[in-house]
Design a protein around this ligand. Structure first.
Ligand code: C5P
Length: 309
């Protein structure tokens, strides 16, 4: 993450993630599930712009990037409902700023403008990525001097995926709730097409409907394939144990899977708890062709994306 500053305003871009592997190992006594998941960031970014507030308040204004309008009720009608993003303390970005203030005793305020490109309720961790960007940026803007470990501790209290976005590595194996990060370096760059159906899914509901297997799979085969650049094995090693319960809960996912089956990609799967579905492509032009076919089939939220080299 890189913080840019101009005219007393700071800006940071923060990416979406994709899960290439996600196994639910078991249910924990705190209600969460232990996971083994392989996550890569992709170049679909939200942008956050920070201006120092004149009060001690934290305020957030969201805007769909590409639109000149605020997401007020009138404008919301022209977008799908899942583009609506809360601007109060239900938003993880606000929670991150408040958590930073209470952890440090900082009394300063901030105005955050959030330009949204990452779809919500999509399994792409847009909200978690925004929260990580807030922790990273406000630590600098407010001169708090927190170490990465101190930020990671606050991050894990905000959401299971937040820590991943504070990791400097291009990919990671995440364990525990998702907050224990093992960096994964030296893996090949991947090209993706990603499509999100109109409807989203609640992460908690998908986890509730998932029954952990007695003999869970491990990520080793996929990780080896990523390291050696064996794309075909990457494709056959994709796995997500949240996919079956999500398919039961959301009929649009069955339609999106049927469309991806026709594209002849290296492999395809749902990301995280859904509802976005991604395919691994051999190169960018294959991703662009696949995206055009998905748009022609009626999917409105389609992205061509890549992981970092
Ligand atoms: O951590 P986060 O707030 O993103 O999780 C949302 C919900 O997803 C949790 O309240 C929990 O129900 C479920 N979850 C889980 N196990 C995980 C991560 C999330 O059960 N490892």
């Amino acid at each position: 993450m890189r913080l840019r500053c101009a005219d007393q305003r700071w800006a940071v871009e923060t990416p979406a993630k994709i899960n290439l592997f996600l196994e639910v190992l078991g249910k924990r006594s705190d209600g969460y599930h232990d996971l083994e998941t392989v996550m890569v960031p992709v170049n679909v970014f939200d942008t956050l712009v920070f201006t120092e507030g004149s009060t001690s308040e934290v305020s957030l204004h969201c805007q769909f990037a590409g639109s000149a309008h605020r997401w007020d009720r009138a404008v919301a009608g022209s977008y799908s409902a899942d583009f609506l993003v809360p601007e109060g303390c239900e938003n993880l970005a606000v929670r991150a700023a408040e958590a930073l203030k209470s952890a440090t005793g900082c009394q300063r305020g901030i105005e955050i403008k959030l330009f949204k490109r990452i779809p919500s309720a999509a399994g792409l961790a847009g909200g978690s990525s925004d929260a990580a960007a807030v922790l990273f940026a406000l630590n600098r803007i407010w001169n708090l001097g927190l170490s990465r470990d101190e930020l990671l501790k606050i991050a894990s209290g905000i959401g299971s995926d937040v820590s991943f976005f504070l990791s400097p590595s291009p990919a990671a194996i995440c364990r525990g709730r998702g907050e224990i990060i093992e960096p994964l370096n030296g893996i090949s760059k991947l090209f993706f097409v990603i499509a999100k159906p109109q409807s989203g899914l609640s992460t908690a509901q998908v986890f509730r409907n998932c029954t952990p297997e007695p003999a869970p799979r491990r990520a080793g085969r996929l990780v080896d394939a990523l390291r050696t650049g064996n794309l075909a094995t990457c494709g056959t090693s994709l796995f997500n144990s949240l996919q079956a319960p999500a398919l039961e809960l959301n009929s649009e996912l069955k339609a999106i899977r049927r469309q991806f089956n026709r594209l002849g990609l290296v492999g395809h799967m749902m990301s995280g708890s859904g509802t976005s579905w991604f395919g691994i492509c051999r190169h960018r032009s294959e991703a662009m062709t696949a995206a055009a076919k998905l748009r022609a089939a009626g999917f409105r939220q389609v992205f061509v994306a890549e992981s970092p080299p």
